[in-house]
Design a protein around this ligand. Structure first.
Ligand code: SAM
Ligand code: SF4
Length: 450
């Protein structure tokens, strides 16, 4: 039996791509293994969003070259594949820097993996084409046992690429232009997942709320797609990520009010709070427009938990600009957020800007921003104590007798229970908030009482 080890870096879309590549390789007789040590094929599914992420790949490849050499000496072959966004952006450069790599394959061509692997047997191959065919239409469906093993929560990519061209971002270059999967294809995938026990789907896209897929009666929006997914038997929770503020339309906001399956959680990156910086970033909205949008969303769904991404130290960001970001955070009070030091990316307009910010300044700003976000995150989590919320049980907990799941607000919860199982929706009284998890106990469900 041939074994493949897939290591995905970066975003959830890469996790999804990693699974779909495993599906393609499954058809070729490969089974997945959790370590590179016993793998015949090692595939790094890479991320190019920040310099550090791209760097990691070369470090990892150095180690894998040694592994490949050791095995060769023992008469065993290993195939080394680099996929994902670094593959797309750096293509042949990867093979030049690391000759042990057999195949470099971009995120849009991995349906061709079997043919390319065959080709790579007689010489190294690079395929970073952005092909005309839709790869999703050529991917095999995972078997029910494989779906089950991946758990009751699943990712489904519905949209890829981006036409927004934020000044700092490589995505429009690595993932190409915006593309939405047709409605029928997405629904078929969700139905298959649900039939195998998946309850919770996260719809993914670099710009997921710009979704405009071909439907049976014209172009469908993300809101319309979610209404249809909510009708799929067995689907109890729907989320979507990542959204752009400019594409948060009325219909989508209303879905948070009208569809019980749409979870009260929204990741809506704003990046910065200064209008000057937002304009330089080409985000195409002001900080007050973002605040008004948040007000509207909270009007539709008052308990919604909000999350964001922030970049500190974008070129030209002054102390005053940064204070504006802190002010926005204080106004919105996010339940969680990701924050990053600006990283200049080759080929992006911001990398050419003169006023790059010193690392020490970025470090200090990041530290202050993260402290404020953390204060709000802890506040949000502690406010859950004493409340009763529905938990979807996803797996066994840390200790015997514990089960782990998530609240509708995306918080991790551990509950004590000997009677519940994975997949149960349990009402739990939250008794304690730890630094990364809530703790509670199951209570009677009045809606299920006779
Ligand atoms: N499409 C999303 C949006 O509109 O915000 C996010 C896509 S990106 C994969 C995820 C996050 O990485 C961004 O929101 C941004 O905060 C961060 N990011 C992107 N480029 C970056 C850069 N050059 N330096 C630092 N952070 C970056
Ligand atoms: Fe990158 Fe998101 Fe901006 Fe597109 S909208 S360029 S993915 S940050």
């Amino acid at each position: 039996m041939k074994k493949v080890h897939i290591k995905s870096y970066g975003c959830q879309m890469n996790v999804y791509d990693g699974q779909r590549m495993a599906d393609v390789l499954g058809q070729e007789g490969y089974v997945e293994t959790a370590t590179p040590d016993d793998a015949d094929l090692i595939l790094l599914n890479t991320c190019h969003i920040r310099e550090r992420a791209a760097h990691k790949v070369y470090t990892e490849l150095g180690k894998l070259r040694d592994l490949k050499r050791e095995r060769k000496a023992q008469g065993r072959e290993t195939t080394l594949v680099v996929a994902g966004c670094v593959a797309q952006a750096e293509g042949a450069e990867i093979q030049r820097r690391q000759p042990a790599v057999d195949l470099v394959i971009g995120p849009q061509t991995y349906h061709r993996l079997p043919a390319l692997l065959a080709q790579a047997r007689s010489g190294r191959v690079v395929d970073t084409e952005l092909p005309p065919e839709d790869k999703f239409g050529h991917l095999p469906a995972p078997k029910p046992a494989v779906i089950l093993a991946r758990g009751i929560s699943a990712f489904v990519t519905v949209q890829e690429g981006c036409d927004k061209f934020c000044a700092f971002c490589v995505v429009p270059y690595t993932r190409g232009a915006e593309f939405s999967r047709p409605v029928a294809q997405v629904i078929a995938e969700v139905e298959r997942l649900a039939e195998s026990g998946v309850q919770d789907v996260s719809l993914l896209g670099q710009n997921v709320n710009a979704y405009h897929g071909k439907g049976p009666d014209g172009v469908w929006t993300l809101a319309r797609l979610m209404h249809r997914i909510a009708e799929v038997p067995g689907i109890t929770r729907i989320r979507y990520t990542t959204s752009h503020p400019r594409d948060m339309d009325e219909e989508l906001i209303a879905a948070h009010r009208d569809l019980p399956q749409v979870m009260p959680f929204l990741h809506l990156p704003v990046q910065a709070g200064s209008d000057r910086i937002l304009a330089a970033m080409n985000r195409k909205h002001t900080s007050d427009e973002y605040r008004r949008l948040i007000d509207k969303i909270r009007m539709a769904r008052p308990d919604i938990a909000l999350s964001s991404d922030f970049i500190v130290g974008f070129p030209g960001e002054s102390d005053a600009d940064f204070e504006e970001t802190l002010r926005l955070i204080a106004d919105v009070r996010f339940a969680s957020a990701y924050s990053f030091k600006y990283s200049p990316r080759p080929g992006t307009p911001a990398a050419e800007l003169a006023e790059q910010i010193p690392l020490a300044v970025m470090d200090e700003r990041l530290h202050r921003l993260q402290a404020l976000v953390e204060e709000h995150r802890q506040g949000f989590n502690h406010a859950m104590v004493g409340r009763t919320v529905e938990i979807l049980i996803e797996r066994a907990g840390r200790h015997p007798g514990q089960l782990a799941g998530k609240t509708p607000y995306m918080q991790a919860v551990q509950i004590e229970s000997a009677t519940h199982r994975i997949g149960d929706r349990v009402l739990a009284l939250i008794e304690r908030a730890g630094s990364n998890s809530l703790f509670g106990r199951a209570v009677e469900r009045p809606d299920l009482a006779a």
